[in-house]
Design a protein around this ligand. Structure first.
Ligand SMILES: *Cc1c(COP(=O)(O)O)cnc(C)c1O
Length: 425
């Protein structure tokens, strides 16, 4: 007889508590105590001088990260949201420019565009890797398009080669939001380093973290200079340094402190292990889930690697005969931790539906009534919407310290639920 599902009163498969992932240890504490002993918690000065580029830990962290990621410039920031804002300013975004972005991402990928008075245009995603679909991007490029923000969602790098080819043809910039993909690769190159600029989040639920923080990466000298300026009160500095083009030189304070940089130095040495471990855990799960019908396991493009911030799956309700919420409830009852349904459709957030961002007159949209031709209506990105409403299911790999036996048990819970699908109908 088949074991009864826990949701129907059977015994749950997983009863132990899976520990939360925590990569902070003695190494970080030791580096932080060096900062404390130095007495200098931030070395930044918002004026054109040696100290404009930050203190010794910040600079050491940036230079080691540049070596690690194989990129010319790394600029640390106090969050990746700050990095997105600084990066978009640095590539010369104008108010009213259209910037093409994925709707299947965290909201900051799109709101950073609004901070420069520019207009997000949502392109659809590809069902196989959940990243922006270059064909959809191409169909949305118009006279006002200035840039593409590609998001390496869940840890799968987006198709940078195709996007860069489109950008070259149409004179656009490509910015990669690799918040979730530090350590993932395309060929031998790290995600985030294959476009005009990119970067990573260092917030507490990402692969490596400094509590809050981020890194902007670029091989372009001018972009790097602009990011450094926007990060640190640009308008007060450009005069001193003699910079002639002062467009977008409206500064913020996006500076990282020495304590965070010291933690980052220790964390950087743990990145490859963290990513490798998640890849191992993911492959255990994939080997089992592949045997079930009506579930798409992660598809990784040839030559690409995945960092598995989230282990992404797509359910096919036509094949399983059961709606996603019932399957998820059954899996949760079996004790599977860290499941998320749907993820995000940010074009449907009130900010876009009501077109109210800054002030109460609908800025920036109200000034450019001829722009964003595809609007923000439901239906503009059918794949992303179907994933959100029906298909997408993720396992939060970065939230837990999963072991091989956790993975086998989670796989077993899926098999148990699949063996009883008809009882969930
Ligand atoms: C985490 C994340 C961000 C924001 O990073 P913060 O460091 O939290 O500001 C942006 N984009 C994506 C895709 C993210 O996952």
């Amino acid at each position: 007889m088949k074991p009864k599902l826990a949701i129907h009163g059977g015994t749950p498969l997983i009863t132990r508590e899976v520990p939360r992932y925590n990569s902070i240890g003695r190494e970080e504490a030791e580096r932080v105590s060096e900062v404390m002993e130095s007495g200098l918690l931030s070395g930044f000065l918002g004026a054109w001088s040696e100290d404009f580029f930050g203190g010794p830990f910040v600079r050491d962290f940036e230079s080691r990260a540049a070596d690690y990621f194989g990129v010319k410039h790394v600029l640390s920031v106090n969050s990746w949201t700050s990095g997105l804002i600084a990066g978009l300013g640095a590539i010369g975004i104008n108010p009213g420019d259209e910037v093409i972005v994925s709707p299947f991402t965290m909201a900051a990928s799109a709101t950073a565009i609004l901070h420069w008075g520019a207009l997000p245009v949502f392109a659809d995603v590809d069902r196989s890797d959940y990243c922006i679909d270059p064909t959809s991007v191409e169909s949305l490029i118009g006279p006002h398009t200035r840039a593409i923000v590609a998001v390496d969602i869940f840890g799968h790098p987006s198709q940078s080669e195709q996007l860069m080819a489109l950008a070259k043809k149409r004179n656009l910039r490509v910015f990669t939001d690799s918040a979730q993909a530090p350590g993932a690769k395309v060929g031998t190159q790290f995600a985030g380093t294959l476009t005009d600029l990119g970067g990573y989040s260092l917030n507490h639920h990402k692969h490596i973290n400094t509590g809050e923080g981020g890194l902007v990466v670029t091989n372009d000298d001018e972009i790097a200079e602009n990011v450094a300026l926007i990060r640190n009160h640009a308008e007060a500095v450009v005069g001193g340094m003699g910079k002639r083009d002062i467009k977008n030189m409206v500064g913020y304070n996006f500076r990282m402190g020495e304590i965070e940089a010291a933690i980052g130095l220790a964390q950087l040495t743990k990145l490859s292990r963290a990513v490798f471990s998640r890849q191992q855990m993911a492959s255990i799960l994939t080997a089992e889930l592949e045997k079930l019908s009506g579930i798409q396991v992660p598809k990784i493009r040839p030559g690409y690697t995945h960092s598995f911030y989230i282990y992404p799956m797509t359910l096919d309700p036509k094949s399983t005969g059961v709606k996603r919420d019932k399957i998820v409830a059954a899996l949760r009852a079996e004790g599977v931790p860290g499941l998320i349904e749907g993820y995000a459709n940010i074009h449907l957030l009130p900010i876009f539906q009501k077109k109210i961002a800054f002030g109460d007159e609908g800025f920036p949209w109200s000034l450019y009534p001829d722009r964003v031709a595809n609007g923000y209506l439901k239906g503009i990105v059918p794949v992303a919407e179907d994933l959100f409403e029906n298909g997408f299911l993720g396992l939060l790999m970065c939230m837990y310290d999963f072991t091989e036996s956790d993975m086998s048990d989670i796989a077993e819970a899926f098999s148990k639920v699949w063996a009883n699908l008809e009882t969930l109908q």
